[in-house]
Design a protein around this ligand. Structure first.
Ligand code: GTP
Ligand code: SPV
Ligand code: MN
Length: 586
């Protein structure tokens, strides 16, 4: 008798007609074999074996460099279950449209079967996925990003408790590209793209879209959040999880080298993109990082902004769509010096002033998490780490202050639900447009977001010690258009204030939108910043916020009667606080 997994693999083989089938075990020998093939067929270009051992450059198709949200679908039987913010297809129509693209799609290619575990091997919260793909780049990437092979097969046994994901590069034509999720069957179909979030199905497709649907039904949370531990001078570590939209600073915050290290504040990395959380026996929300690697934005990364990742990238890493120097080293904008003469850009052309950026703005590195010297000694703990604070944030040139704290859980859910951010290169489409992105989950929620807000409100009632909820904005700009806050390692000053708030210290001033640090409550020693700049960073402008309310109202109205009443009530209360406020107007 064949197992449910074997049955699905046979079925897929009949559908896609590959030349051969390879079951991946995740071993070193397999990795070497695959790399050798990938170097031979051009999937990988070698990097300098002395300075970047076991590191490779991958150039994707130039039309396939970011997530494509317009062809990403949630395929529930009823359209209402997908909600107004997701693209929807009925499961039958999705099969009808995508099935023919998968038919014979692997002819002449190798079909890889990749069993993988999302979450630490020891954790009961971890889950098995199996990806079938015809992309060797996906296989090598999945080996970094997940716990692949044997460990997953042992967990699965003969059971049917796995999330199947079928991926084929197809012909890479954007017109024949679909990323489809069938949450009712826990199934994923992806065709026509080799890009990270579209093709590494354990990441956004499983660990967020399918997992958020499972989490709602089972009473836990799957969030687009980094997880970090902030150690204080006494050695105690306070864990925080932060949701920022794509390319808004999660990896950098999670891996930061603290500007206050000399005074005993240090940051430990647990995860940089996704958190799975459930209530522990101690009444705290406990988080695991389902991933085993970081798929991070390269441009802007250097030895000042993120020295931890720069050091980690020196072995066993994959670089996608970056430039390459004559020394065969990766190069991107903001790396430091250069580019040296003879550098080739992400498309393989000579890098010149007139042919655009050397590295694609959404070029990425893929690096094993264990290689980061900031990795927490608890990052693979079976029970996860207890979360004391949630942080929401985004890119807002105006409006949102550097940091504020919500009044309570319900208000915190409102703060998350009304998040907005300027769009980035992580998804195709215009960059720099302000869009609503609740909890940084707009592109990743596998069901109706109105219900998702309801789930957050419900979770609050089941957590005895709920995290305090904060909002940050590292991206506020001055009249000269420059960032007001230095960001990166200096962000620890804001985390320190949060830690003090959690501990019941930490001076704060009440504003209509929540609590901002009292004058002198932010530790600014050793930082050259004008007093007026700090005031501007923390300023809450009642007129600007009143204007913002019109935008949030319009967004909430999309959800009709399904939006939880608590959020309308928070909206109304904020309106009242703003109209009563005597905050100076411009
Ligand atoms: P995804 O992997 O897409 O989910 O992104 P992410 O949220 O992990 O973003 P990441 O940390 O990779 O940062 C994306 C971009 O933001 C990079 O170009 C960084 O240099 C920049 N960035 C990160 N932190 C800061 C900060 O504190 N200040 C400023 N000004 N820029 C930052
Ligand atoms: C994001 O876009 O939020 C990422 C990269 O983390 S991807 O894996 O492509 O989703
Ligand atoms: Mn992300």
């Amino acid at each position: 008798m064949s197992s449910p997994l074997e049955k699905w693999v046979e079925e897929t083989e009949r559908l896609t007609k590959p030349e051969r089938v390879v079951w991946c075990d995740g071993s070193e020998q397999e990795h070497e074999r695959l790399v050798a093939q990938s170097l031979a067929d051009g999937t990988f270009l070698p990097l300098n074996p002395k300075t970047y051992p076991d590191c490779y450059l991958h150039r994707s198709d130039p039309s396939d460099v970011a997530r494509t949200e317009q062809v990403t679908f949630i395929c529930t039987s009823s359209q209402a279950d997908a909600g107004p913010t997701n693209n929807w297809l009925s499961p039958a129509e999705a099969r009808q449209r995508i099935g023919p693209l998968l038919q014979g799609a692997m002819k002449g290619r190798t079909m890889f079967v990749i069993p993988y575990l999302m979450g630490p091997a020891a954790s009961p919260a971890s889950k098995v996925g199996v990806e079938i793909t015809d992309s060797p780049y996906v296989v090598t990437s999945m080996r970094v990003m997940t716990r692949m092979g044997q460990v997953a097969m042992e967990r699965l046994g003969k059971s049917d408790d796995f999330v199947p994901g079928l991926h084929s590069l197809g012909d890479l034509n954007p017109k024949r590209r679909f990323i489809a999720h069938f949450p009712e069957e826990k199934l994923i179909w992806s065709v026509g793209s080799g890009y990270g979030g579209n093709a590494l199905l354990g990441k956004k497709c499983f660990a967020l879209r399918i997992a958020s649907y499972m989490a709602r039904n089972q009473g836990w949370m799957a969030e687009h959040m980094l997880i970090l531990g902030l150690e204080d001078p006494s050695g105690q570590v306070t864990y925080m999880a932060a949701a920022f939209p794509s390319a808004c600073g999660k990896t950098n915050l999670a891996m930061m080298v603290s500007a206050l290290e000399k005074s005993g504040y240090r940051v430990w990395t647990v995860g940089d993109d996704i958190a799975w959380m459930r209530v522990g026996a101690d009444g705290y929300l406990h988080a695991i990082n389902p991933e085993a690697g970081f798929f991070g934005v390269a441009p802007g990364t250097n030895k000042n902004t993120n020295p931890n990742v720069i050091a980690a990238l020196r072995k066993h890493s994959i670089f996608t769509n970056v430039g390459i120097t004559p020394e065969n080293e990766p190069w991107w904008e903001g790396i430091g010096d250069g580019p040296p003469a003879g550098t080739r850009n992400w498309r393989g052309e000579a890098a010149t002033k007139d042919n655009g950026p050397v590295a694609h703005p959404n070029s990425r590195y893929t690096v094993p998490a264990r290689q980061a010297s900031s990795i927490s000694p608890h990052w693979e703990d079976a029970e996860g780490v207890p979360i004391s604070a949630f942080i929401f944030g985004g890119r807002r040139a105006r409006l949102a202050p550097l940091v504020y704290e919500s009044r309570d859980w319900q208000h915190g859910v409102f703060v998350g639900a009304t998040m907005a951010s300027e769009t980035t290169a992580a998804a195709t489409g215009a960059v720099g447009i302000t869009r609503r992105d609740p909890m940084a989950m707009l592109p990743f929620c596998g069901y109706n977001m109105a219900e998702y807000f309801g789930h957050w409100l419900k979770m609050g009632r089941t957590i005895a010690h709920p995290p305090r909820v904060f909002h940050v904005n590292w991206f506020r700009r001055g009249a000269d258009g420059k960032f007001l806050w230095p960001g990166y390692g200096e962000n620890v000053r804001v985390l320190k204030w949060m830690l003090e708030r959690v501990a019941g210290r930490g001076g704060a001033v009440e504003t209509p939108i929540g609590f901002v640090p009292a004058p002198n409550a932010l530790t600014l020693e050793g930082l050259r910043i004008e007093k007026q700049t700090v005031e501007e960073l923390l300023r809450v402008d009642a007129a600007d916020w009143t204007e913002e309310m019109a935008g949030t109202k319009k967004f909430f109205e999309k959800f009709g009667s399904q939006l939880p009443g608590e959020l309308w009530s928070e909206h109304q209360q904020l309106e009242q606080r703003l109209s009563r406020s005597t905050a100076p107007r411009k």
